[in-house]
Write a protein that binds this ligand. Structure first.
Ligand code: ADP
Length: 284
């Protein structure tokens, strides 16, 4: 299973949304990270054949995905950033409707399996209007799984979820990782750090990094220091003079992580850089 983007360019008017993407996706979880406007959604939409590149080619196992057409689409599952719902449909009715559109055989069995995977079987008769944000994301994932896709594409899947829902969703995505190509776009660095074997950093339509997450973190040259600061005044002073990442307040003091080649504060200790800091270094 290989999905390959070869020199893919897409522009809207004179503006490039992506400009010369080269990447090969194989089974595993790929986290596409980038700030708003980086080109993540455009990339996701092209890989789903919703939009066509202006230049370049996208192939799956060597064949052009647009030439493959329906054959390719039968192998993908897509969870869009903003999925539409029919609020008066129950979860079961909604999946039955999508299964019909996708031409799924054995639909009763498949729907039961997919609702089970996302842990919504017990609420299959509940209307979607009563679903929480996390439940809606899970039903959106369930519809994407109906055709047992080889490629699963998720656009900002954790947006708007509470911490528990985010954790559950991340565990769910990780559980598919061996057998599918999973591509998920996000601007939340911790989502990628938690579940993506590979991180792709997109910025202004260009791939800045395409690397195993662990290797990227372990090989970084940046120095990260943890400083324990007395008060908010000291925090502001450090923030004004250095690039900082996490700030954690406790018992009236603050632990601040600082990216700096020199020791930024008297009690600063060197710590292992995290993806958040590596990402900041590439983007800012
Ligand atoms: P991201 O998903 O990383 O936020 P997008 O792929 O949505 O980025 O957008 C990349 C760039 O392309 C942005 O500058 C955006 O304004 C532009 N863009 C995306 N879609 C369209 C469109 N349909 N028409 C015009 N410009 C667009």
């Amino acid at each position: 299973m290989e999905l390959e983007l070869n020199n893919v360019v897409k522009s809207y008017g004179k503006k490039f949304a992506v400009n010369g993407l080269n990447i090969v996706f194989k089974p595993g979880v790929y986290g596409i990270l980038g700030p708003n406007g980086a080109g993540k959604s455009t990339t996701m939409r092209m890989v789903c054949t919703i939009e066509k590149p202006g230049k370049g080619i996208i192939t799956y196992n060597g064949s052009d995905i647009y030439t493959m057409g329906g054959e390719y689409r039968s192998k993908i599952g897509y969870v869009p950033q903003k999925a539409g719902y029919y609020p008066d449909y129950t979860a079961g009715m909604f999946l039955k409707y999508i299964a019909g559109l996708k031409g799924i055989k054995n639909e009763e069995k498949v729907i039961k399996e997919c609702l089970g995977i996302v842990n919504l079987w017990d609420v299959r008769d509940k209307k979607l209007r009563e679903f929480s944000g996390g439940m809606k994301q899970r039903i959106s994932i369930a519809q994407s799984l109906l055709n047992n896709p080889e490629i699963l594409i998720l656009d900002e899947p954790t947006a708007g979820l509470d911490p528990d829902e985010r954790m559950n969703l991340k565990n769910l995505i990780s559980s598919f990782s061996d057998e599918k190509i999973i591509i998920f776009a996000t601007h939340i660095v911790s989502d990628v750090e938690d579940i993506a074997g590979r991180v792709v950093i997109l910025d202004k339509g260009i791939i800045k990094i395409n690397e195993e997450t662990g290797t990227l973190i372990n090989n970084t040259k940046i120095k990260v220091w943890q400083c324990n600061l007395k008060d908010a005044k000291e925090v502001n002073s450090i923030k004004n003079n250095y690039k900082t990442s996490k700030v954690q307040y406790h018992n009236g003091t603050a632990d601040v992580r600082v990216i700096s080649s020199v020791k930024p504060y008297e009690n600063a200790v060197l710590v292992q850089a995290g993806l958040e800091e590596v990402y900041k270094e590439f983007i800012n």
